[in-house]
Design a protein around this ligand. Structure first.
Ligand code: MG
Length: 318
């Protein structure tokens, strides 16, 4: 049986997320209609994932449903926003009910956890790609942005760095192993929504780590018109990532791998002390400091300094 676009949306994507802020008009009409509460403002972001570019061919559809929403939620987390609504556009080579059912399961399981409502959808035929347009709410006049890092601010990251990159490397090398925690970091990222909310009004800047720590921290530095030194010894690395660094013989490897979806943020030391208790549930590491001199410097315990202004650059010895 062939399914029309409408019946796909009906069957797989209607009313599966009941928690959260209901739209005035949701899926099934020409547009969704939303009412933004008077004391709130809307944060909006779009991300597209293309098979073979952003995820491996023949990826598990349930994990893919999770990931496509997780990467969008991570952008809301970086702004300190609370998830509210999303629309979803899927381009599929053919209608595969089993695939759609699993994809929808992964998507809605994460949506429910964050009280997110799906308010619109579109399906077309073509090479597999998925686009999510996500909307979150922020209190009026409050937001985290990339601009705002000040001289002397500490640079912090949540969680661990490089595990998703290692997971992708493992997946490319040897297929799927459900016990591989690094692979799970890559396939099933956990967007840091509550951490972003806790940082509102406290952090001077914030970004989610999607393209790699050096690329994303450089976005903060450029937007804020400052530079930074990161102390390599303070970088939160798991045993597996340290082992991989040994194997590839490149100490800068974890700075260039993406998909961690942790938050990188800045704030003065006094502000950090003020919310330390609130941040206790999270693994937070102070990894460096904002400086006047432009560019990103990675300082090794040996005193060597690498500059990472555009991803990989070169080693300088101070
Ligand atoms: Mg982002």
């Amino acid at each position: 049986m062939s399914l029309s676009e409408f019946s796909i949306i009906e069957e797989f994507f209607t009313s599966k997320s009941n928690a959260g802020l209901c739209p005035i008009v949701g899926i099934g009409d020409d547009c969704a209609v939303l009412d933004v509460p008077a004391d709130k403002q809307l944060a909006v972001s779009t991300d597209t994932l293309v098979e073979g570019v952003h995820f491996l061919p023949k990826s598990d559809p349930e994990l893919l449903g999770h990931k496509v929403l997780a990467v969008n939620l991570s952008d809301l987390a970086a702004m300190g926003a609370t998830p509210a609504w999303a629309s979803l556009a899927i381009t599929l080579p053919s209608i595969d009910k089993a695939w759609l059912s699993l994809f929808s399961k992964g998507f809605f399981s994460l949506a429910k956890r964050h009280s997110l409502q799906l308010i619109g959808g579109d399906t077309t035929r073509g090479p597999l790609s998925i686009t999510v347009n996500i909307m979150g709410l922020l209190p009026k006049h409050q937001r985290l942005t990339r601009a705002g890092a000040q001289l002397g601010d500490g640079i912090y990251v949540s969680g661990f760095i490089g595990n998703a990159g290692l997971g992708l490397k493992n997946a490319r090398a040897g297929g799927f192993d459900a016990r591989d925690k690094d692979l799970l970091s890559y396939l099933k990222p956990n967007p840091k929504i509550t951490l972003g909310q806790a940082l509102l009004n406290v952090a001077s800047s914030c970004i989610d780590i999607s393209d790699g720590l050096s690329a994303d921290l450089n976005h903060i530095l450029k937007a804020s018109g400052v530079g930074a030194t990161v102390w390599h010894e303070e970088l939160p690395l798991t045993h597996s990532v340290r082992q991989n660094i040994e194997e590839v013989g490149d100490v800068l490897w974890p700075y260039s791998t993406g998909d961690d979806y942790e938050l990188c943020f800045t704030m003065p030391d006094a502000a950090y002390k003020g919310i330390q208790e609130k941040l206790a549930p999270y693994q937070i590491s102070k990894i460096g400091v904002i400086e006047r001199q432009k560019g990103l410097r990675i300082k090794m315990a040996t005193g060597e300094v690498a500059t990472l202004n555009k991803g990989y650059d070169h080693f300088n010895v101070e």
